[in-house]
Design a protein around this ligand. Structure first.
Ligand SMILES: Nc1ncnc2c1ncn2[C@@H]1O[C@H](COP(=O)(O)OP(=O)(O)OP(=O)(O)O)[C@@H](O)[C@H]1O
Ligand SMILES: [Mg+2]
Length: 314
């Protein structure tokens, strides 16, 4: 099973309008409420591809209840710790049909206390063995108010002690500190990688040297995705590269999460790194074809998979 942990999930309200009018009324042409948060996206993609997944994290208030219900309706097991006050955040994404312009209005999210963190730690460490053995546990997204940026380090150390391979996908200080726990894998995009190593990594040679620096921090596998540009999968004794297919991009929000979900499911099913990398690239591209925060369709993924080629560089 592939477990995910989302500390600051959301409900994402996607609104389509012709044109966003300021100081005036704008009519909504289409609206859709999606569960949101990076770990949750990973679980949803695993589920779309027919894999087993469980979503952990924090929820709060009625919005939190709704989030849990959304996942249950999709057939995704979830076990969220309910925070004592506040509400799970609702983000608003407005897409203008005329220009394709996207306006994102993000909420901060409810406050988590140290006791909530302990409860979460107890839940995710209880699943170490038994019928629900967890192969990978993904820690993804931002840290909610109330918790320190060292929280991923703490949780990753706890689960890796049980033999679960931790995967970290976050940014800034959370990533810097989380990496100190030596997770099995990280999946930065260009900007996250640059902030992690503290220098620019736009040219391919700079991306590769930055990725190798991350390996030296004790990580086993670094996947660097760069939107529509060539992505790299770097391990201790290999480097793979793949060009994302040319597709009609509608909204790449959640593409990285889709990459991760498909990549890990492929590994879980016993496929090698090269094939798993193809799955990841295809899943990211398939999600980029869907508007707003929507995730990939399985049919698109299957079609695109044939178009993806992986090259071994080293
Ligand atoms: N414009 C694009 N064209 C084709 N494929 C794309 C495009 N954008 C993203 N993808 C696919 O999705 C993968 C991940 O995308 P990206 O690097 O944008 O992730 P990300 O920044 O982590 O996204 P997020 O955090 O919102 O999920 C890419 O490696 C690629 O396979
Ligand atoms: Mg990402």
């Amino acid at each position: 099973m592939i477990a995910t942990v989302t500390l600051n999930p959301s409900l994402d309200l996607n609104l389509e309008v012709d044109e966003l009018k300021i100081d005036d009324v704008t009519r909504i042409k289409h609206s859709k409420l999606d569960p949101g948060g990076k770990g949750i996206n990973v679980s949803r993609v695993v589920n779309i591809l027919g894999g087993p997944t469980v979503a952990y994290g924090f929820i709060a208030g009625r919005e939190g209840g709704q989030l849990s219900l959304f996942l249950a309706e999709e057939g995704i097991l979830n076990s969220f710790v309910a925070l004592k006050s506040g509400n799970t955040r609702v983000n608003v994404i407005i897409t203008e049909r005329g220009t394709g312009r996207q306006t994102r209005i993000n909420a901060v999210g409810p406050r988590a206390e140290v006791e909530d963190l302990e409860e979460l730690k107890n839940r995710i460490t209880r699943l170490g063995g038994g019928i629900c053995a967890v192969s990978f546990m993904v820690f993804a997204g931002s840290i909610p108010p109330g918790l320190s940026h060292t929280v991923y380090r703490y949780l990753i150390e706890e689960v890796q002690e049980l033999g679960i391979r931790a995967v970290l996908d976050t940014d800034g200080e959370a990533l810097k500190y989380g990496v100190k726990a030596k997770p099995f894998m990280v999946k930065p995009n260009t900007y996250e990688l640059e902030r992690l190593v503290g220098r620019e990594a736009r040219k391919e040679e700079d991306v590769l040297s930055a990725a190798k620096e991350v390996l030296d921090m004790g990580v086993e596998l670094v996947a660097v995705t760069r939107g529509g540009k060539r992505a790299f999968l770097v391990g201790r004794d290999f480097v793979y590269a793949a060009d994302p297919p040319k597709i009609e991009v509608v909204s790449a929000v959640g593409s990285g999460d889709s990459f991760l979900g498909a990549f890990l499911l492929a590994l879980y099913r016993g496929l090698g790194y090269e094939e798993a990398f193809r799955w990841g690239i295809a899943a990211g591209a398939a999600t980029a074809m869907v508007p707003g925060t929507g995730l990939m369709k399985k049919e698109d993924f299957e079609k695109i998979l044939d178009m993806v080629q992986v090259e071994e560089l080293e």
